[in-house]
Design a protein around this ligand. Sequence first.
Ligand SMILES: Nc1nc2c(c(=O)[nH]1)N[C@H]1C(S)=C(S)[C@@H](COP(=O)(O)O)O[C@H]1N2
Ligand SMILES: [Mo]
Length: 528
Amino acid sequence: MPGVSSFRNTIIRTARGALAGLLAGFTALAVAELVAGLLRPAAGPVTVVGGAVIDRTPASVKDFAIRTFGEDDKLVLQLGILLVSALFAVVLGAVALRHRSAGAAGVLVLGIVGAAAALSRPDSGGAGDVLPSLTGALAGAAVLYVLAGKATPAGSPSGDEGTGGGWSRRGFLTAAAVTAAAATGAGALGRALSGRQGRGAVASRNALALPAPASPAPAVASGAQLKVPGISGFTTSNREFYRVDTALVVPKVDAATWRLRIHGKGVTRPRSYTLDQLLARPLIERDITLTCVSNEVGGPYTGNARWLGVPLAGLLAECGVKPPSKGGGADQLVARSVDGMTLGSPVEDLMDGRDAMLAVGMNGEPLPFDHGFPVRMLVPGLYGYVSACKWITDIELATFDAYDPYWVTRKWARRAPVKTQSRIDTPRPFARPAAGTVVIAGVAWAQHRGITRVEVRVDDGPWQDADLAAQDTLDTWRQWSHRWQATPGGHTLAVRATDGTGAVQTEQRARTVPDGASGWHSVFVTVP
Ligand SMILES: Nc1nc2c(c(=O)[nH]1)N[C@H]1C(S)=C(S)[C@@H](COP(=O)(O)O)O[C@H]1N2
Ligand SMILES: [Mo]
């Protein structure tokens, strides 16, 4: 029965083609991982392509990703890249059954795309960064070429080159198994090597003893932390602190070789600092609440920590920088990180007496790698994207007219002071509290202006003053609570804050783009 056997052969061929493609793709990524592990982990194809995708993602899509996947957004992106690669691999496998060289060439083209992405990264390590993608692609192309030749069942017409016809099932499966094993080994070795490269950085962090501050933070005001179950902790632990950045691989910077360069417009004494030189200066310790501009009304991207750092204003003055109001020519400070991120802050704000700092410590320990080890910037009152550069390595004085940093080229505002906001932490949305006394509580923030009043409204009732916890400093959030006599039924609870300038939190709803969300946070609960 020739019809049935040719149908069966087609199925076998297709399955083998798909498997050959997937193995070729797997080999390419594994070999690339190995080469990246030997040279520079940040040059691996998934990392560079992921970084290139992040940089080209429109603000609205990025916002959607943060909203939908939260801090798992990077994992989702990496899985997406792997899924798309797998689809390409299956297609190239099918192509290779007919034209072995065309399939192999397809793998090489993908390698070139990876190499181009590597070169386009702002933190590119130079021409060598193309090697992981190109070597991986060569290995993948070779695997596809060989396996496609073995994929054609014995006794059926073979592909264009013809030489592969007649390979037995055992021949194909053996070759596939050997490839899979070799690629797995290469990938695992690559991972191990990448891990080893961060070891100097980890050791430098472990060895870092933070000096005592010349100006310690006063003890957290007693009464700043309410004893209400479900309210945010006044101090956010390093483990709980939100993380927002574009880094697919968290930069592991060795403190021993790290330098901070200060230069640019109006810098009469440009210079470069080592970490030891910064640590030898008088340090300040301050409680500061950091908020992300991508935080939705009621969202989680805000946290409060005790930071230790070098006052930035003094450092800038030492380099000859003057604020615009005192005749300085630069109105924008551009901070650059080791991974090529750029953030721009108003020089006037940095030198107006607030505790803008180059932070080295967070809640009593060196900065965690996730939060910018060894040094990050922090400016009370400004959203993170215009101030809080992590893994900072370069400060350039410039003007807002002359230069747009990373987020500004992506539709976010040049200047972005934190908007006055408040959040209901408890009860949770759709909670079912029992009738009687229910404590409504949460946090409110208006960094550097302070919170003077918080009001709560139940349904269409009047705004009622909440009880305010002690204000720690103007730069921290403030807790509040309100005892509500809950009656059966569905209720909408809303909150609004007033800041130190007397401004009441606006009801006007605004999206996070371009300069931060606004509106009142409300929570719907049902009292059974
Ligand atoms: N190098 C670098 N620094 C960065 C970012 C980044 O993507 N890369 N993101 C900024 C943003 S948008 C915010 S809100 C804060 C978040 O700091 P955290 O992750 O320590 O909470 O870091 C800022 N600093
Ligand atoms: Mo942010």
